[in-house]
Design a protein around this ligand. Sequence first.
Ligand code: CDP
Length: 227
Amino acid sequence: MKKINIAIDGYSACGKSSTAKRVAQRLGYIYIDSGAMYRAVTLYLQHHLIDIDNLEGIAQALPQIQIDFRKAGEVFHTFLNGVDVEQEIRQPAVAAQVSEVAAMSNVRRMLVEQQQKMAAQKGVVMEGRDIGSVVMPDAELKFFMTADVDVRTKRRQDELLKKSGKLFPLEELKANLQHRDRIDSTREDSPLTRVPDAIEIDTTHITLEEQIQLICDKAMALIKQAD
Ligand code: CDP
């Protein structure tokens, strides 16, 4: 069967990861969480006490950073220089700085190159902010996900509670989502935008299962058509 690439972009915490992961499982495709890579770079800088204003320090650090995804049981985890950082990169301390790091062109150049290599064989579901516009402009299917900010905040709070057992205040999480959305949408290099060929999905009032089904149906129609 012919393989396609699927790009899913959108605002923070509107269900891109959960959707993309399950779509990839159903289609037997590879799932790539590009945001995890920006989070891993941010974590590296924090571990090495490299300030985000220290542009020279960051440029010197980049060649030392190796990120990959490895199977951990049923799922894939993000590894930073051989260490599983899947839990740590989701913490609010990383979220607090990741958009500033992701706005840097040298960081983006390094990660986009790796993402494009991963997508070269096709059969990839990749989610992020610039996937349909920069990383996979030729993707056969593109989606742009949105949702009401209060719904997104509550979902993020539930997700963090499940993962780390901590209940983070809604106001703090909402402020971070809005802060990141603003930086991600207004940065000079590869801002988050809806490309004209992307299908918009507002996930405020639909279930995760509905989101997954919608994307899988479109993907299957395209795959069959191409066969
Ligand atoms: O999970 P959430 O939607 O909150 O964010 P994420 O997908 O883990 O991405 C974290 C951050 O990485 C975003 O806020 C962006 O600043 C950056 N990012 C990016 O610039 N480009 C991408 N393709 C993916 C993420």
